[in-house]
Design a protein around this ligand. Structure first.
Ligand SMILES: [Zn+2]
Length: 325
């Protein structure tokens, strides 16, 4: 049901708002939970004028005079960007998983250390020096659409959170980001899936300086756990709500299984660096951002294969090499 102010009532007491993502042609879904003259919000879009205005209009439209809680699924700019506009001193309380908290400052505030760490990471994984220089700086533009906020509550997972007039359980689902969370209502079997379970795309799972050490295994474990709950309705951060979680999870799992097999074959042909493997898989990407995602995704699969002892990983200060087991 579409109401005024661009809001869709996707479940009882849950309003979905679709926000634009600057620099990309896509939208991100955030969710408003009204409670009288107050409201809570799950994710907040980027900190761009039009996106922030849409949230303010929506709040005014439902008669909410105060935003009480802002819960953020993870710190990627399309989910966390406007945090500092809506949360902090005198504003809403920010709830975020504690593994996301230490990522914020190096990524969005003082970038120099992370940029040099990323440059080293790119070089040891086989990226040519010129590309490494540009790729390591490609993150800088994003800090312009992010306004950071101090968290009021750092989550571990398994907490019960009241949003609007509803109660949800925090589900920690690392992989796409170390402290990614989903929210679940076990009574109505309603799942807010963030970027973990999407209807149309496979979210980027990458190994990089700010990821956990084995993100692909963690991601797949989280997917299986969510599928086992048997959610009736999944509300993703991108795309339309959907219902059949187990079959969507099976599609995602088999996608990664095929990719793992493909990489074993590529490594068997003598490709040794993450960059070489990424080029075999996807060819030369045009955009720097895509190149980085491709490398990260290849490395997450290589790491999972090494953990499972299907390939060998060797490291020196100069290089990371993957060879047949
Ligand atoms: Zn994301």
């Amino acid at each position: 049901m579409l109401t005024e102010h661009g809001l869709t009532e996707v479940a009882d007491g849950v309003l979905e708002l679709r926000l634009p993502i600057p620099f990309e042609d896509g939208t991100v879904n955030v969710f408003l939970f009204p409670d009288g003259t107050e409201a809570d919000l799950l994710d907040c879009g980027m900190n761009s004028d039009d996106s922030v205005a849409l949230i303010k209009e929506a709040l005014a439209g439902i008669g909410a005079k105060r935003l009480r809680r802002l819960v953020v699924t993870h710190i990627h700019p399309d989910h966390y960007g406007a945090a500092g506009t809506f949360a902090g001193e005198g504003l809403a309380d920010l709830y975020i998983h504690r593994l996301e908290v230490p990522l914020v400052h190096p990524r969005y505030v003082e970038l120099d250390h992370l940029v040099s760490e990323v440059r080293t990471y790119l070089l040891v994984n086989g990226v040519p020096a010129d590309d490494a220089e540009e790729l390591s700086n490609s993150q800088r533009a994003l800090s312009q659409v992010v306004k950071t906020a101090e968290p009021a509550v750092q989550l571990d997972g398994a907490e019960l959170l009241e949003l609007g007039r509803r109660l949800f359980r925090v589900e920690w689902t690392p992989g796409h980001s170390p402290g990614h969370i989903c929210l679940y209502d076990p009574h109505e079997k309603l799942l807010f899936a963030g970027d973990t379970l999407l209807p149309d795309v496979s979210p980027n799972i990458g190994l990089h300086p700010q990821s956990t050490p084995d993100p692909l295994h963690e991601y797949l474990d989280g997917l299986r756990r969510l599928a086992a709950y048997g959610p009736k309705l999944i509300l993703p951060a991108h795309g339309r709500p959907f219902t059949d979680a187990p079959s969507r999870v099976e599609v995602l799992e088999s996608h990664h299984r095929r990719r793992l097999d493909q990489i074993v074959e590529i490594v068997g042909r003598g490709k040794q660096t993450g960059w070489e493997v990424a080029l075999e898989l996807w060819g030369l990407r045009e955009h720097f951002y895509e190149k980085r995602l491709a490398l990260q995704e290849a490395l997450a699969h290589l790491q999972a294969l090494a953990v499972d002892d299907r390939i060998k990983k060797s490291v020196t200060p100069e290089s990371v090499r993957w060879t047949p087991a």
